[in-house]
Structure formats: C-alpha cells, structure tokens
Ligand binder design. Structure first.
Ligand code: UDP
Ligand code: MG
Length: 307
C-alpha cells in the first residue's frame, strides 16, 4: 500500500469524555502547524460515558478525524492495534487521550523519524505518577531491555512514533498477550528516545488500579519470553545432581565407616526423585515454550535494506 498521508495519530479512548475536546483542539493546532497531510484515528474502546458521541461530533466536523468503535472494552493494547491496522500515514504516532503526555511534543518525535530513525519513544524524564508505579516501571524497563536487547529509559511511555513499515510487521503478529513497545523492539531497527513532558491526570480516572497493574506486569513478563519456563528444567538438573552427590556420600560412608545416616539417605533420595520429576517437567516446558514462540508469528527476519 502506498502512503497517502504523512502522519497518522492513533489514540485509544476509554471513558475520556472530559478531555476529548481539549485533546482535539490542541492536537489539531499542533498538526496544522506542522503543515503535513495527516489523519487522526480515535479508537473508542467500549466507552460508556458518552466519549463515542463526542468522537462522532468531532468526526462530523472534520473528516481527518477518523473514529473506530470497538464492540466492547477490549483493553488499551487491542485498541491501539485496531488503530494501527487502519493507519495510512508514513509515520504513525501514538498518544493517550488523557493529556498526561502532551500533543505539543509530537513534532519532537516526527523530527527524529525525519532524521531516519525507524521508531522513537518518548521518555518521561520527570514523570508525574506514584512512586510505586515509577519503581515498578524501572524494574520492568530493565527486564524488557534484557529480553529485547534494546535499552530504553521509558518503555511504558505512551507517546511513540513508528514508521509504517514497522507497524505493518507489528499488526501481522498474531499473539494476543502483547505489549506494543516490545513488538516494536523485537523487530530491530534504529530507535531514538526524546525527553517529553508529563503531567498528572487532572480529569477522568486512570484505568489501571493496583490489581490491573499487577496483572498487566505479570502478563508482560510471561507474555514476551519463554525464559521462565527454561529455569524449571535447570532447577531439576541442579536438584537431581545435588541428590545424587548426597547419595554417593551416603554410600561412601557405608563402605568406609560401615554406618548409614538415615536422614541423609532420605534427603538424598527426595532431592534426586524431585529433581528427576522437574527435569521431566522441564522437557515439557521446552515444547510448550516452542509452541509459545510459534504462535507469536514474529517475522523470522526483517530486511532493513537491500542495494
Ligand atoms: N485505555 C483504553 N482501554 C482500556 C484502558 C485504557 O483505551 O481498557 C486508554 C485510555 O483511555 C488512555 C490510555 O489508554 O487513553 C491510557 O490509559 P490511562 O491513562 O488510564 O493509563 P495510565 O496513564 O494510568 O497508565
Ligand atoms: Mg494516563
């Protein structure tokens, strides 16, 4: 598909009625100033507060504002991907609807893409969220950097810019438990980071309560790699070797000194048998891990350039 537009801005919206008008005004002001052909795709993720009606009003006054309504609340990530699948711009920008990250920072991201980067992520250097969230994000950032090999300060920043070629690959993945920045990083390419502003949420509520945050973090950890599965087999080998070594010690005592330490023999047997069972589970995990990788359908390779 040839690009017919320069920029597409994708925005997931779930009960954000109170900010939509301001978001629209500020976003359009920024985009008009850049003087490049654009479209905005607002994805209503099953809102129940009249957000959709507001989006329809914005759309009826301006055909560059496109609206998708999901059949129910699917979640931020599905809403984003729904928008990405419809994007027609050469560059695709994503931003939240709640004005915590600022539309005014979009030109910074576009400038990086103009420089030739494949993707650019905002970095909320002065992030206005709770200490708990900032600390948890720090750990998760490290984890994702370890898995993907791409070290970013702020994977979770919801202001990002991605070239459409990359977006095309991302919407082709078929796994369900997914996290956009990881899909992006897994594809490789040239990535940039720019410091962006961040403000507290002044209207509406965060859609992530404590329970959902923990659930999301757990999904993220187990959703992007099969590494935890591999440790099960390793633990099994360690335990069975430990048990075996203890068994040898018990046997040697019996031969050399003629006495048997009953507790030690039971412990040795216990470790050995449990270890063998874990090794067997580990073998199964190897296969499950492979299924996990297959169903993700990440591209086997991505050609960046051919001359
Ligand atoms: N969002 C969504 N579906 C959901 C939850 C959130 O589309 O189920 C949208 C929400 O409207 C906002 C963005 O995702 O535009 C980020 O949500 P929120 O601001 O609540 O997250 P936080 O900033 O607290 O991480
Ligand atoms: Mg927010």
């Amino acid at each position: 598909m040839t690009d017919i537009l320069d920029l597409t801005v994708v925005i997931p919206v779930f009960n954000e009625q109170e900010t939509l008008d301001e978001l629209h005004t500020r976003l359009v002001a920024v985009l008009e100033k850049m003087a490049r052909p654009y479209e905005v795709i607002m994805v209503d993720d099953g809102s129940t507060d009249g957000s959709f009606e507001t989006l329809c009003r914005l759309n009826s006054g301006d055909s560059r504002i496109r609206v998708l309504r999901l059949a129910r609340n699917f979640g931020q990530s599905p809403a984003l991907y729904a928008g990405l699948s419809k994007a027609r711009g050469r560059y695709v920008l994503i931003i939240d609807a709640d004005l915590q990250v600022l539309p005014e920072d979009i030109p910074l991201l576009v400038a990086k893409l103009d420089e030739g980067y494949d993707a650019v992520s905002g970095w909320r250097a002065d992030r206005k969220d709770t200490l708990f969230r900032r600390a948890a994000s720090k750990l998760l950032n490290r984890y994702i950097a370890g898995v993907t090999g791409l070290s970013l300060h702020d994977y979770g920043c919801s202001l990002k810019g991605i070239r459409r070629e990359l977006v095309g690959h991302m919407v082709d993945f078929s796994h369900r438990c997914r996290y956009l920045p990881v899909d992006m990083a897994m594809l490789g390419g040239r990535f940039a980071e720019v410091v962006v502003g961040h403000s507290e949420r002044t209207r509406g509520n965060s859609k992530y309560g404590m329970l959902k945050l923990v659930r999301t973090a757990f999904d993220l950890i187990t959703g992007i790699t099969d590494a935890p599965l591999r440790y099960i087999g390793l633990l099994g080998w360690l335990m069975s070797f430990g048990g075996f070594a203890m068994g040898i010690k018990v046997a040697a005592n019996r031969v050399i000194y003629g006495n048997v330490n009953q507790l030690e023999s039971v412990v040795a047997l216990f470790f050995f048998c449990s270890g063998v069972q874990l090794v067997a589970s580990g073998m199964m995990c190897e296969y499950i891990g492979r299924i996990f990788i297959e169903v993700q359908r990440r591209p086997y390779f991505v050609v960046a350039e051919e001359r």
